[in-house]
Write a protein that binds this ligand. Structure first.
Ligand code: ZN
Length: 433
């Protein structure tokens, strides 16, 4: 597979800043300015979706820095693209349809947007990073034409089997021009949790500008940087997430490419997300809503235009690490057993940053059969079938995908039969009886 995105990656040439900090020579991926301000350094970690097989456990494993910067000019919080995108995304282990609550969220979105946009059999809906068709499938019974763009072939194959037309490629200007030439100009472009994962942000955003019909709209969902900072969500930082957006930075990104954000909603998903509504800057029929100006003002009041706001984050990350290790050490000293639930990307950042291996956590479980029988990257904690929990009756279940904690505590309510308890690591380690 060839990718335009992968070609854009520059080698890392570290330059020394005053104070001895290492800064990448690569400029801001949105505005091109030099990055001088650190956000957080989580040390070295393996790419978090590179689950290991038993045969791979004795082989060399690649670790890359998880060092995040904030651009003083455009306020984009960003991680250098240390890992090649085609290394991450061509065989992706994340199947969106394994989460019940995410499926419900997708179905509710489709009902809402069909009404709001008046979509019908003559419309065209294009989803970027459409994964296994978890969302586009809900347009099919309504007779609305859809097209998914998904770079991971193994995930796209599942979508096609569901009847969701899907192309296996990376999205950008080249792909957008081809789609328009083939008659796929979009009334609605959807991008859920993809903007963060785009290494060439400018080419991607320009691609949306090209693909969008003159009166079309874009909806993007992404975790809100303000939640990341305030809820101490350090584990949402991993190599696949190149950018972390506030309203201020996503608005700048749109403006630089002839687009505007005319509405926004705050969602509880993924620990607190924004859903922004975009249109062509020249589309006068879509005035900017009060919700947009209010959120922009809120972010300014919180201090997001000042570098001090970002500098605080690392202190909170270290506190979370210390508190989680305190809890685990006390539990082990008391002779208690701890297992994990879930094998999400975010779990791998947390476990590697904290140095938690099978010395603390016997195993983790996941409903995704792709992950079962494999091992977590870096920490090599085995991933088993969820039934294992009932068989081994652990004292604690550490919930790694904390954004789904209510759903998981319901599914695993039976651990209370033997006095088992849940632990949620973020924002501070908390035990639920
Ligand atoms: Zn910038």
């Amino acid at each position: 597979m060839t990718t335009t995105a992968a070609k854009e990656i520059r080698p890392v040439e570290a330059t020394t800043l005053p104070g001895g900090d290492q800064a990448p020579a690569a400029p801001c991926r949105l505005c091109g300015h030099v990055l001088r301000h650190g956000f957080v350094d989580l040390g070295m970690s393996p790419p978090c979706e590179s689950y290991r097989t038993a045969q791979q456990l004795n082989q060399v494993e690649a670790f890359y820095p998880l060092r995040v910067y904030v651009c003083a000019h455009c306020l984009l919080v960003q991680l250098e693209a240390y890992v090649q995108p085609d290394e991450i995304f061509t065989e992706y282990a994340y199947f969106s349809s394994y989460s019940d609550s995410w499926l419900k969220h997708a179905a509710a979105y489709v009902d809402m947007i069909r009404t709001r946009r008046g979509l019908n059999a003559r419309s065209k809906v294009v989803e970027l990073a459409s994964n296994d068709g978890y969302l586009l499938q809900y347009f099919l019974p309504k007779g609305i034409p859809v097209l998914g763009i998904e770079p991971a072939a193994n995930v796209a194959k599942v979508a096609v089997e569901k009847g969701v037309p899907t192309r296996v490629e990376f999205f950008g200007t080249e792909c957008a021009r081809r789609l328009v030439a083939e008659g796929h100009a979009a009334d609605l472009i959807i991008g859920n949790n993809v903007l963060a994962q785009v290494p060439d942000l400018r080419d991607f955003t320009q691609g949306m500008k090209i693909l969008l019909k003159p009166d079309g709209i874009i909806t993007l969902e992404f975790p809100h940087l303000v939640q990341l900072v305030e809820q101490n969500q350090l584990d949402t930082i991993y190599h696949e997430h190149f950018s972390y957006f506030s309203m201020l930075s996503v608005r700048r990104c749109f403006e630089l490419h002839g687009l505007k954000i005319f509405d926004v909603e705050q969602l509880p998903t993924h620990g607190g997300s924004l859903r922004v509504y975009g249109a062509h800057a020249e589309d006068a029929a879509k005035p900017v809503s009060a919700a947009v100006t209010e959120l922009v003002d809120q972010e300014k009041q919180k201090g997001l235009e000042r570098m001090e706001y970002y500098a605080r984050f690392e202190v909170g990350a270290r506190r979370t690490k210390q508190a989680l290790l305190d809890f685990l050490i006390q539990a082990k000293r008391a002779g208690q057993t701890i297992v994990g639930y879930g094998a999400p990307g975010k779990g791998n950042t947390l476990l590697n940053y904290c140095g938690i291996r099978t010395d603390f956590i016997d195993y983790t479980v996941d409903r995704n059969p792709y992950k079962q029988g494999r091992f977590l990257p870096g920490t090599h904690i085995p991933i088993l079938h969820p039934d294992r929990i009932r068989a081994t009756r652990p004292d604690y279940v550490l919930i790694l995908p904390w954004n789904l904690k209510d759903e998981i505590m319901n599914q695993l309510a039976y651990i209370r039969e033997w006095g088992g308890r849940f632990v949620v690591p973020i924002p501070q380690p908390t035990v639920y009886a």
